[in-house]
Write a protein that binds this ligand. Structure first.
Ligand SMILES: C[S@@+](CC[C@H](N)C(=O)[O-])C[C@H]1O[C@@H](n2cnc3c(N)ncnc32)[C@H](O)[C@@H]1O
Length: 268
């Protein structure tokens, strides 16, 4: 099988073709996916992307899914993984009700789920409010957050704890360099510096530009020509031995990103 992982970040399988905005390894090709998918028609049996589609505007997302269709062979499988808007909204409503009824535990969960819903859409700097929340000295609802967001966020929390415990000389040099470039850019007239900073950040691929639930994603896939659109779990797939690739699951079979919606569809 020829398999393609788009916007793989540092989560990829070495036997696949892996693409990302910037190359994260020698096995990852650097490519901007808003410029199309750089392969001929009908090149792959499986196209996969996880937590990528929401980084495109609605218009770019449609063109991107048409590109996925183009590079798939007939009977090929598309597997799309995105943060599940429906799951987030349902959790938000539960958190709102419980926080309103005076639960301190749910007041913290309410704060977190608001961040999940809005921060990646609204932030103007790396990590946004989510990073500040995860880097605070004492996170009141660490278990809730890890249950929702999985190993990636667990590692971030761990890293922030370690960082707090050791001073890092290289970091001082890095901070000095950032301060110096900021100073030079700040000498630009008027609001040019802040406009430039926000503009380049918002085009860096970090922010979310849209969110999907099963209903809206299925409609979009249908519009792009896909058939047999099927909701999956992290372990279910049309693809034989899916879990052996360890993309949506970890080697111990735990789910990599539990906040996800998994949808597969066929090119017929
Ligand atoms: C949230 S990360 C997900 C990474 C990985 N797929 C995973 O599930 O852990 C989103 C990835 O999409 C990539 N990305 C965003 N916009 C992109 C673009 N226009 N072209 C290529 N990659 C892009 C980012 O570089 C980043 O690695």
């Amino acid at each position: 099988m020829d398999c393609l992982n788009l916007g793989c970040g540092s989560r990829f399988h070495s036997t696949w073709t892996n693409l990302n905005f910037t190359s994260t390894s020698k096995e990852v090709i650097a490519h901007n996916l808003t410029k199309g998918i750089c392969f001929p028609d009908a090149s792959f049996d499986l196209v996969y992307h996880s937590h990528v589609l929401e980084h495109f505007s609605q218009a770019d997302a449609e063109v991107f899914l048409q590109e996925c269709w183009r590079v798939l062979r007939p009977q090929g499988v598309l597997r799309v993984v995105v943060p599940d808007l429906e799951q987030i909204v349902r959790t938000y409503l539960i958190a709102l009700e419980k926080a309103n009824n005076g639960s301190e535990e749910w007041a913290a969960n309410y704060q977190w789920i608001l961040l999940e819903m809005f921060d990646q859409l609204a932030r103007n700097e790396n990590g946004g409010e989510m990073k500040k929340y995860l880097y605070q000295q004492q996170i009141p609802n660490e278990k809730f957050i890890i249950q929702r967001c999985g190993i990636e966020v667990k590692n971030l929390i761990e890293m922030s704890k370690q960082k707090r415990n050791k001073s890092n000389n290289l970091k001082h040099i890095h901070d000095l360099f950032i301060k110096l470039s900021k100073f030079m850019l700040q000498s630009l007239p008027g609001k040019i510096y802040s406009n430039f900073k926000i503009g380049s950040f918002r085009q860096s691929g970090e922010i979310h530009q849209w969110m999907y639930d099963q209903y809206s994603l299925s409609l979009l896939l249908k519009k792009c020509g896909f058939q047999d659109i099927t909701k999956r779990t992290a372990t279910e797939s049309f693809v034989p031995y899916w879990t052996s690739y360890n993309l949506d699951t970890e080697p111990d079979n735990s789910v990599y990103k539990p906040d996800s919606l998994y949808i597969e569809a066929l090119k017929k």
